[in-house]
Design a protein around this ligand. Structure first.
Ligand code: SF4
Length: 233
């Protein structure tokens, strides 16, 4: 298992938790607004962090760490992800998995093995032909739907996340996503961050005004139990 990035301590990656975060290279999506393009487009050129270094840090600091966030890229593209999560659990720490929900079989395997304590799944767009616009050609909407159902049925604590990409998602789209997720525990509505983006055309795009993001959150509250807003709003 190749680990491309290791943040030793973060208070931002799992609400209410002090965590270490591991970044795995590679992704099967091509979201134009992705702010980790190097990790996605050039996975083999990334630095490699040795597991021994991670393990030593986790062992030394497990008294104040609550868990480890495994993110990317898309972690489930790695066939040996199960082994990595097992090692974290063996170190006595909880696991949060960030995923785009594109590989339900891998997700189901990890959920069944009780290797995930919290899962955060991106929902890129309404579950229709618009998905390819937000996630890149080849995005399989049926796979995403299956991941949503697996997570909801799992009993594992979770959240769904929507990034409001300008020129891609509208307020109606965000409401349609919230309605599809009706009754879900938590939906995070995330503000788009310009700067380094996978599609250079997005890098100078202006985020939607805060008032519009907050109005989307208000509308989403009609469908899901908890709505949070993240980013520069
Ligand atoms: S934002 Fe999209 S392209 Fe970037 S890592 Fe996440 S799923 Fe992959």
């Amino acid at each position: 298992m190749r680990i491309a990035g290791f943040i030793k301590t973060s208070l931002l990656d799992w609400d209410g938790h002090v965590v270490s975060s591991l970044y795995l290279p590679g992704c099967n999506y091509r979201c134009p607004y992705c702010h980790n393009p190097d990790l996605v487009l050039r996975p083999d050129e990334q630095d490699e962090v040795q597991w021994d270094e991670v393990e030593e840090y986790l062992d030394r600091n497990k008294d104040f760490l609550d868990g480890v966030v495994v993110t990317g890229g898309e972690p489930t593209v790695h066939s040996d992800l199960r082994g990595l999560l097992s090692r974290i659990k063996d170190a006595g720490l909880k696991v949060k998995l960030d995923t785009n929900g594109s590989r339900p079989d891998a997700l189901e395997d990890l959920l069944d093995a009780a290797l995930i304590d919290y899962v955060a799944m991106d929902v890129k767009a309404p579950l229709n032909e618009k998905y390819a616009l937000a996630a890149g050609e080849g995005a399989d909407v049926e796979a995403v739907k299956r991941s949503i159902e697996l997570i909801r049925a799992s009993g594992v604590d979770h959240e769904f996340r929507v990034t409001v990409a300008p020129h891609i998602l509208t307020a109606e789209d965000v409401e349609a996503i919230a309605a599809y997720l009706g009754g879900a525990r938590k939906l995070a509505i995330q503000q788009f961050r310009p700067g380094m983006t996978l599609d250079p055309a997005m890098s100078a795009a202006s985020p939607l005004p805060s008032s519009e993001i907050l109005a989307m959150a208000e509308a989403a509250k009609r469908y899901v139990r908890q709505v949070v807003v993240r980013g520069d709003v």
